[in-house]
Design a protein around this ligand. Structure first.
Ligand code: ATP
Ligand code: MG
Length: 480
């Protein structure tokens, strides 16, 4: 184990790292940081939640020259939320060095961004479409960039951002360092690396499984029409601190989050049809714990780091093993443990095995908890809540009323009713979800090339507006 001090990181950055609570470098940081400091191009692969952001952010910060007032590094990410998050992590690490990072993404006022760009931040993080937009408006110049980062590069390829990335990279000088990071590195990424990188070094943290070992993986065989009831039962039994539930489409996410609210859970939805302000509101509510369930499309599958996510539910099975790996990687981060639950309809159980094969992990089949078990959990939760409130002495103003009730009624009946009221009453509210047809069920394994094309259509709800262009209409038709 290596400390950041031993890696020769400058003192002010070390101080910021200490403030962030990092004690020692994670394996990817230990390998990638010294290598990146030599100036080499790097392809970095390590499991989800293992600190890849700092692995590229620290070398960037060491490279930026604060005496020079121009943009010196860019980090490109597939989604707006991720661009914001990466920028925030860079700014935290840069706290004592006078370097600033600015996120640039679609959906935010371009004028505001132009104003912020005039202040000439040293580092820009952004989604491909909006970065390109600023380059074309000449409000962003990349001719003196010395580092480019492609975070979640494989996802950006899958989303069809290749052309945009090529156009962005054309604006950067020949002589520069390129860093490419992801937890998954499917084949097509190697072509990208060959084209854009200069003799890159592969820094791969060898692991038995692609998924994080701190995430326990289970699946339930559930009929489409039973999914929601089973989900509620599991939520009652598992009682997650914070959970992310992934749905296949935007409609699914909206319906699911409405239905959960009707049943008394604190949930909100995130997908690409919300405007940026709505997206920000939802993410902030989730980060601050004002909701404890985030229902999302794959827009939240990559890179999003919210500490305290204990459970990930794949309400709809992910469309490929990579998506599975990233989705479940929203829990079990930074050494914490997590539970990943996947629903597979009877026709989809074969896909569970494909995922297991590709990720070299084990997904254990479990049987659905019974109604009685769920009820027991609800009662246990209500009892715990009552004990907590009693211990906090939060009952004083009801004392008089309580004594009067006790004179007239049986004490067991009264406490039982109080428990009933503390339990989530809305659990019986009927809800109806539109059923989703599985996208790739029972189809032969998709070849890499074909897959890229399909995802290009199916998956482009994510990021910068500029990049989406004509794909939008076909997406709308499909209701994605
Ligand atoms: N050395 C460290 N010690 C403790 N915590 C760390 C360390 N490095 C990073 N972290 C924390 O671990 C969490 C996960 O880091 P990060 O988001 O960079 O993971 P990642 O590898 O990029 O994951 P993903 O593949 O999902 O994008 C963050 O909250 C980060 O602040
Ligand atoms: Mg990441």
């Amino acid at each position: 184990m290596t400390t950041f001090h031993e890696m020769g990181i400058s003192e002010p950055i070390q101080r910021a790292i200490t403030d962030m609570g990092f004690e020692e470098a994670s394996p990817i940081q230990e390998k990638a940081i010294p290598m990146a400091l030599t100036g080499k191009d790097i392809i970095g692969q390590a499991q989800t939640g293992t600190g890849k952001t700092a692995a590229f952010a620290i070398p960037i910060l060491e490279k930026v020259d604060t005496s020079k007032k121009y943009v010196q590094a860019i980090a490109i990410a597939p989604t707006r939320e991720l661009a914001i998050q990466v920028s925030e992590e860079i700014n935290r690490l840069a706290k004592y060095v006078g370097i600033s990072s600015l996120p640039i993404y679609g959906g935010q006022s371009i004028d505001r961004q132009i104003k912020a760009l005039k202040k000439v931040p040293h580092i820009i993080t952004g989604t491909p479409g909006r970065l390109l937009d600023h380059i074309q408006r000449k409000t962003l110049k990349l001719d003196r960039i010395s580092v480019v980062v492609l975070d979640e590069a494989d996802e950006m390829l899958d989303m069809g951002f290749l052309e945009d990335i090529e156009r962005i990279l054309k604006e950067t000088p020949e002589e520069k360092q390129t860093l490419l990071f992801s937890a998954t590195m499917p084949k097509p990424i190697q072509n990208l690396a060959e084209r854009f990188m200069n003799d890159p070094e592969l820094v791969k943290i060898k692991a038995k499984e692609v998924t994080s070992p701190s995430v326990k993986q289970i699946f339930y065989e559930v009929n489409e029409r039973d999914k929601f009831e089973v989900l509620c039962r599991l939520l009652d039994v598992d009682n997650p601190e914070l959970a992310v539930i992934f749905g296949r489409t935007k409609r699914r996410v909206d319906e699911l989050s409405d239905a959960l609210n009707k049943r008394g859970y604190l949930a909100d939805g995130l997908h690409g049809d919300l405007n940026q302000r709505q997206r920000d509101v939802v993410m902030n509510k989730f980060r601050e714990g004002n909701i404890d369930i985030l229902v999302a499309t794959d827009v939240a599958a990559r890179g999003i780091d919210v500490s305290g996510v204990t459970h990930v539910y794949n309400f709809d099975i992910p469309q490929d093993p990579e998506s599975y790996v990233h989705r479940i990687g929203r829990t079990g981060r930074a050494g914490k443990t997590g539970l990943a639950i996947t629903f597979a309809t009877p026709r989809e159980t074969g896909q569970i095995h494909s995922i297991e094969k590709a990720s070299k992990g084990k997904i254990q089949r479990k049987s659905i908890p019974t109604v009685a078990e769920a009820r027991e959990s609800i009662q246990r939760a209500a009892t715990e809540k009552m004990i907590q409130l009693v211990e906090k002495e939060e009952y004083k103003q009801f004392k008089q009323a309580a004594s009067e009730l006790l004179e007239q009624y049986d004490s067991i009946a009264l406490v039982s009713i109080a428990l009933k009221l503390l339990s989530k009453e809305q659990r019986d509210v009927p809800v109806q979800l539109t059923s989703e047809t599985p996208r790739y069920a029972n189809k032969p394994k998709i070849k890499a090339q074909e897959k890229t094309r399909r995802n290009y259509k199916g998956n482009r709800e994510f990021a910068g507006k500029g990049a989406i262009g004509k794909q939008r209409s076909s997406r709308k038709k499909k209701g994605l």
